[in-house]
Design a protein around this ligand. Structure first.
Ligand code: BMA
Length: 391
């Protein structure tokens, strides 16, 4: 039976967790609300029952294919592509907070922050887990997170990261950005005023070079200082409802030294993740692409499992997928065949962009991978909302 008694499970997990705390962790734990502790306990122990399925922006917008024609929908109470396909919500929904830092009312993906807040609370109230990423702007150039064509940031003598750390020219400005982030996170509350627990995942994919906080744009020390500064601002704002995920990209391969090169430390991180996408090189067959992805991700997850055990942290595939899902049996033959081999807490696929034909990662009504996704949903080990909720 897929159904898990969440409350009992959580109490059991918390008891287990408390028994193996050292003083450093006790200090960290004291800064967390009980709800955040429960979330962490759930993430730590849920992999013994299978792995949870997650989807980014799952209830904010989506798609459908009717009579061969692609259509889109934007927020409709309770609607969700995954639910339209299998009758259940993902266990985890992720949301992005890019542009909260500049005081916009819309996110970088044009979603009102009021709606993001509402949907975070709605998913928590259903019994689901909420995670957040932050594709924030570049505080030095005013550009986006992606530095590739940002000539101002790339030609500046002071790197963007150096500019926001203590002593940098944008330090004060960035403190304001952090305070706007903290204000939003602290505002995600239930009707009775309780802040909902959120797995926050800042500064991700930093082993690559596409973001301004990426490997070639700052030193390992600067990257760690960036985390420390972020944690300090959020901790000082009273954000005790957050737990934190560290998510390098696939560049780490199976090398734990690369994975951990910029690790901010056990006291600042609660979950060890990796962002891993399948893609095809020009002319590459689906079969070869699937095999390469499986080989690479299996290697990474074997390494990550060992690192997780050593550091006493749960592990997850914090972003994954194959853009457009061009392989109909991707869910059972690729995703499940990889995730089922490792004790991962969850695997989360990215967003289903409205109107765009390829930038989608979850199935939607009419998509060719729907039958396989339903098989995937029915597997004992895949955990969706109903599986993690006490009914
Ligand atoms: C990226 C893409 C972007 C989006 C960002 C934040 O991977 O999907 O289009 O703006 O995530 O959601």
């Amino acid at each position: 039976m897929k159904f898990i008694q969440f409350t009992l499970f959580t109490v059991f997990a918390l008891m287990n967790m408390t028994s193996c705390l050292d003083s450093e962790k006790t200090a960290a734990l004291n800064r967390r609300s009980l709800r955040a502790d429960s979330l962490l306990a759930h993430l730590r122990f849920s992999s013994s029952n299978g792995y949870m399925f997650g989807h980014h922006d799952a209830t904010l917008y989506g798609r459908e294919r009717v009579n061969g024609e692609e259509r889109s929908w934007t927020f409709t109470e309770g609607r969700c592509d995954v639910k339209d396909v299998c009758g259940d919500y993902p266990a985890i929904i992720s949301f992005d907070l890019g542009h909260i830092e500049i005081g916009d009312s819309l996110s970088l993906d044009f979603v009102p922050f009021d709606m993001i807040r509402k949907e975070m609370v709605a998913h928590y109230r259903r019994g689901g887990i909420v995670t957040a990423s932050w594709h924030l702007n570049n505080p030095l150039s005013g550009g986006s997170s992606w530095i590739e064509n940002d000539t101002v940031a790339l030609s500046s003598k002071e790197s963007t990261v150096a500019s926001i750390l203590e002593g940098g020219s944008n330090h004060n400005k960035f403190q304001v950005w952090l305070s706007r982030l903290a204000d939003f996170l602290n505002s995600v509350k239930t009707e009775d005023g309780e802040k909902i627990p959120i797995l926050f995942r800042p500064w991700h994919e930093h082993t690559g070079n596409w973001f301004w906080w990426g490997a070639s744009h700052c030193t390992p020390e600067q990257y760690v200082d960036l985390w420390k500064m972020t944690r300090k601002a959020l901790d000082q704002s009273g954000a005790d409802h957050l737990i934190y995920a560290y998510s390098p990209g696939m560049e780490c391969g199976g090398d734990s030294a690369i994975y951990l090169e910029r690790y901010p430390g056990n006291d600042l991180v609660d979950l060890l993740g990796v962002d891993a996408y399948e893609y095809l090189d020009e002319g590459m067959s689906l079969e070869d692409g699937n095999a390469r992805y499986a080989e690479n991700l299996n290697t990474i997850l074997s390494m990550l499992t060992a690192v997780g055990q050593k550091h006493d942290k749960p592990v997850a595939v914090t972003e994954m997928g194959f853009e457009g899902i061009p392989y109909e049996r991707w869910w059972t033959e690729v995703a499940d065949s990889i995730l089922s081999k490792h004790p991962v807490a969850y695997g989360l696929v990215w967003r289903n962009v409205k109107g765009d034909v390829t930038h989608h990662y979850a199935p939607y009504p009419g998509h060719s991978s729907v039958p396989d996704f339903i098989e995937f949903y029915n597997l004992e080990r895949t955990l969706f909302l109903k599986d993690i909720c006490k009914k």
